[in-house]
Design a protein around this ligand. Structure first.
Ligand code: AMP
Length: 283
């Protein structure tokens, strides 16, 4: 497995694969501290493409001033082992100074999609996401790029960016991976102690409650959200603060009064012990 830290080395590697071998090339962008959620993206990439690049980069431009950039978990050695065992061809793990310079080019994510939900709480977050993903696309020149449905809004914005800029890249959406108790895997789960994990379980349980209501054929947003909210309002070891709970159209992110199968998304974000946790259901 190759390890690149310099943008030009990644660009040369991918140019070699694309031009000389004319092979399919997957990019799996991550911020590292890899877990089974990331691994599922890598495995799907391996199954669909001949070559796989994983990027590991804690991107400063997508963190707000009061967010966890400096304490975000960094585990490069362990991550490299995971990538190697998974059969990844190359890891790109640059430092910030090689990805960003003076007079940096700003990118603005589509306003309607990026100013709501996560974007309303983390102002500028999706501009930073689009900026780094576009840089990674430009360097890795992949045929396919893999993103988790766990970060639903991010996936929807990246899909829109690819459409808007006519980028010749297939975006592959990968399902949410959960632990045995239902908790959606996240690098940020490392911040949670035992009582917080118990509390956080209410979030996936709330998603499950919604799916049960939907399975009964109840499609109105109020009933679906009420089922989730009831779970989120149960007593917990530590406080759980719901930031948003919404049923939206999965292309526009606009709230909808009635679920439309194949087009809907239930979004939930909650704060447990200062840690923001996301979960969602694609219906
Ligand atoms: P991150 O390292 O958190 O930026 O995540 C890198 C990629 O992995 C993103 O596309 C995430 O949506 C995806 N991802 C993170 N956690 C999960 C999960 N539990 N299941 C599926 N995909 C995930």
């Amino acid at each position: 497995m190759e390890l690149f830290t310099q943008p030009k080395d990644l660009a040369n590697f991918s140019q070699h694969i694309r031009q000389e071998h004319k092979k399919t090339l997957a990019l799996v962008p991550t911020m590292g501290a890899l877990h089974k959620g990331h691994l599922s993206l890598i495995q799907k990439a391996k199954a669909m493409c001949e070559n796989v690049i994983v990027s590991i980069f804690v991107n400063p431009t997508q963190f707000g001033a009061n967010e966890d950039f400096s304490k975000y978990p960094r585990k490069l050695e362990a991550d490299l082992e995971i990538c190697k065992s998974a059969g990844v061809d190359a890891v790109f793990a640059p430092d910030a100074s090689s990805m960003y310079g003076e007079n940096e080019m700003g990118i603005i994510a589509p306003k309607n999609l990026s100013s709501v939900f996560e974007g309303a709480i983390r102002v500028g977050h999706f501009d930073g996401v689009c900026q780094i993903v576009l840089k990674l696309f430009s360097l890795a020149n992949p045929t396919h790029a893999f993103f988790g449905q766990k970060d639903a809004q991010q996936l929807i914005i990246i899909e829109q960016m690819v459409r808007s800029l006519f980028l010749p890249i297939s975006i592959v959406a990968c399902p949410i991976i959960r632990d045995s108790s239902g908790l959606a895997l996240s690098s940020r789960n490392a911040y949670l102690d035992e009582p917080s994990i118990k509390t956080a379980l209410k979030i996936s349980q709330a998603i499950y409650e919604a799916s049960k209501v939907i399975a009964q054929g109840i499609f109105d947003a109020t009933s679906i959200k009420q089922a989730s909210l009831k779970k989120l309002q149960e007593e917990t070891p530590v406080p759980l603060e719901v930031e948003y709970l919404a049923l939206v159209n999965r292309y526009t992110l606009k709230e909808i009064p009635t679920l439309e199968v194949g087009k809907s998304l239930l979004l939930v974000a909650a704060r447990v012990s200062k840690v923001r946790l996301l979960d969602n259901l694609w219906i």
